[in-house]
Design a protein around this ligand. Sequence first.
Ligand SMILES: C[S@@+](CC[C@H](N)C(=O)[O-])C[C@H]1O[C@@H](n2cnc3c(N)ncnc32)[C@H](O)[C@@H]1O
Length: 195
Amino acid sequence: MKMTEFEKRFVNRREKAEGNIKKVRQCFEYIDIGKVNNVLELGCGFGFVSAFLSENYPLNVHGTDFDPEQIASARHVHPESNQLHFSVADATRLTFKDLDFDLVLSQNVFHHIPNWPLSVKQIYRVLRPQGYFIWIDLVFSKFIKKIFQPVTKNYGLYTSAEIQSAFAMVGFKELFSEGVAAGPFRSQQMVLQKM
Ligand SMILES: C[S@@+](CC[C@H](N)C(=O)[O-])C[C@H]1O[C@@H](n2cnc3c(N)ncnc32)[C@H](O)[C@@H]1O
């Protein structure tokens, strides 16, 4: 779902992006980065994490977002290079070829996707066997989900158990999972591998 201008101002901040990078680097401890070349970031926003990865690792990074305005600002702030590409893409309907990527990253995106299980299938499809999936996002208690579901049709609302079960059902193995309190929600980091 496209964010409002207010949401974009909150999300597209350098300080927030630095926190995002810290979490991704923590997740890198659980993957064999030497076996990673092609990276797909979903919902990259203004592209800070994609740019960081392309500048600090020998990786070919595709930053994608559903919102053309987010991609325009990503291109403006981080000029594209041989290692860094930005394009508009809907995480529920990816047009990349099967088995195209060694690593897919989705950070703070699923709670913006009402039909997020479609994205899980797409991510599995575009990853090569043994490829990695880093998922970092909010998760919701059953109580919060029950309260908000009737009034938030444009957001993805899921519990930690639902997310874990959706990943396992499609064929991901969990390498790492950690959740911390984030106000009334929890923030969860997961590293998964395609089996
Ligand atoms: C909360 S922002 C997160 C941006 C960045 N990943 C971060 O953590 O700061 C959510 C992003 O997901 C994008 N988005 C929403 N629905 C999407 C979809 N179906 N496919 C791809 N991106 C989507 C939004 O446009 C927005 O840029």
